[in-house]
Design a protein around this ligand. Structure first.
Ligand code: HPA
Length: 254
């Protein structure tokens, strides 16, 4: 794959409900294939606030890939090959604890990985280096700081911490599973936070998550009729994402 000058100020990975960045202009689509295969779809590189920004829809632009089938390694490697060094991952999640209700934006500082059976490391193939990267702080502190500062400047409300529990999916969780996650210390639940964050660390990428709360997780709503529907998820993601262009502009300007 051709490599480009290291000129991409930020790579954004969109999650459920965020399949494009409307504020990108002069967009060119790249269709790279990496040593790990093809990413989820085209990487759209364009300009935002005068800086070059790359966007990739994690589930594919038509949301055709469930969380456990995403080629996380190819996605990150393709972004890196295009020159990205900083990755902002948008993760659509459910809220577990009080401050993380629907439509909240959060920048988690911790995660717990409950996924299984996913290709989760660059050390997968025999003969590859065995990597024991430090992961005590799974998100890059300086990038988190920039996200939170940009949110403040853009007047976008954001919870600047939180523990993201990553489940296997694609089904949603039982109430008992969420109760256990709450006991474990999780504030948020989603299906795509890992292995992405771990792979980003292995690849030397700066990486932070901007979690978009779409619904109360199972058993956390005060409502009796609390079935979680895709309509509810997508409606809340759309509403919560309204401040995203302003936040990205501030991040890029800063
Ligand atoms: N659980 C897991 N993943 C999710 C949820 C949820 O409640 N909402 C959005 N993504």
């Amino acid at each position: 794959m051709a490599t480009h000058a290291n000129d991409i100020a930020l790579a954004v990975i969109g999650g459920t409900g965020v399949y494009a960045l409307a504020s990108l202009i002069n967009v060119h689509a790249h269709q790279p294939v990496t040593a790990y295969g093809a990413p989820s779809g085209p990487i759209r590189v364009g300009t935002l606030a005068g800086k070059r920004v790359a966007f990739l829809a994690r589930h594919g632009e038509g949301h055709s890939l469930p969380p456990h089938k995403i080629n996380y390694r190819a996605n990150l490697l393709a972004l890196r090959a295009l020159g990205a060094t900083r990755v902002l991952a948008l993760n659509t999640v459910g809220g577990i604890t009080d401050h993380f209700g629907p439509r909240v934006l959060a920048c988690p500082d911790q995660l717990i990985d409950y996924t299984w059976g996913r290709v989760s490391t660059l050390s997968e193939e025999s003969g590859s280096d065995v990597l024991h990267v430090d992961f005590g702080d799974p998100y890059t502190p300086s990038l988190r700081k920039d996200v939170i500062a940009a949110a403040i400047r853009a007047n976008v409300l954001m919870v600047g911490h939180g523990c993201y529990g990553v489940t296997q999916g694609p089904r949603l969780e039982t109430k008992a599973e969420i109760a256990r996650m709450r006991r474990d210390g999780c504030d948020l639940v989603g299906m795509t936070g890992m292995p992405e964050a771990g792979l980003a660390r292995e690849m030397g990428l700066e990486y932070a998550s901007l979690a978009i709360v779409a619904n109360w997780a199972a058993g956390c709503s005060a409502r009796d009729d609390e079935e979680i529907t895709m309509d509810e998820v997508l409606g809340n993601v759309a509403a919560a994402s309204e401040g995203l262009p302003a936040l990205l502009r501030e991040m890029l300007a800063g």
